[in-house]
Design a protein. Structure first.
Length: 216
């Protein structure tokens, strides 16, 4: 899922002391969610997970601290957390060395009924290691950035000496169209996250009603 500012998405698995156990692109974890792969090293555990949005300068701009339960086969239990929505709606988070981030956690969850699935830490130094890990790029993020730069370079016409063709009408039109497509994609992703949040709220409300009817 993509988000404003073309953030790339990374998933961290942390130990109880916030030591990083593993990091991967979110797209790879989505494959695990769909059953195409498993994570046997984490089988049978409930992990502290961090969903992070990273810009093209490899700077973390948003964090979601959530709990992730893995079954005995190393596959994640079903979850219905709109992580992108939580990240973009989060409050002011810690400065990891490049300005404040957005943060969604148990202590400041923008969607209250998801709070029980979150965790929180005041250990800023512990969280700053996430930024250092991104700079070391174990998730291969820089490759995507290089690809984006290569695409932009290929789309730009060659310059003749003494004549700047960097802003020809055709190039401007392509850029406007590209920005329009990006805006539409962001809007669509935002709508998906909103619907996920509404569905989760309705499911939670239904569970509470069932509990009342059963006298729990």
């Amino acid at each position: 899922m993509s988000h404003p500012d073309e953030l790339q998405e990374v998933l961290f698995f942390l130990a109880d002391d916030l030591a990083i156990e593993s990091v991967m692109p979110w797209s790879e974890f989505e494959a695990v969610q769909m059953g195409a792969a498993s994570l046997p090293a984490f089988a049978g555990r409930t992990l502290k997970a961090v969903f992070a949005g990273v810009d093209d300068e490899l700077v973390i701009r948003g964090l979601v601290l959530f709990q992730l339960t893995m079954n005995d086969d190393g596959k994640p239990a079903p979850m219905n957390l709109p992580l992108g929505h939580l990240m973009m709606s989060g409050g002011t988070g810690p400065d990891l060395g490049h300005g404040a981030t957005r943060l969604a956690s148990r202590a400041q969850c923008p969607v209250p009924w998801h709070q029980r699935h979150m965790w929180h830490s005041d250990d800023v130094e512990g969280l700053r290691q996430l930024q250092q890990a991104v700079f070391h790029n174990p998730a291969g993020l820089i490759q995507r950035r290089q690809q984006l730069l290569a695409v932009e370079a290929a789309a730009s016409p060659a310059k003749d000496p003494g004549f700047d063709r960097g802003f020809t009408p055709s190039t401007d039109a392509l850029r406007v169209e590209l920005q329009s497509l990006r805006d539409k994609l962001r809007h669509a992703n935002g709508e998906v996250d909103r619907l996920k949040a509404a569905l989760a709220h309705e499911q939670d409300r239904n569970r509470r009603l069932q509990d009342r009817l059963l006298g729990r």
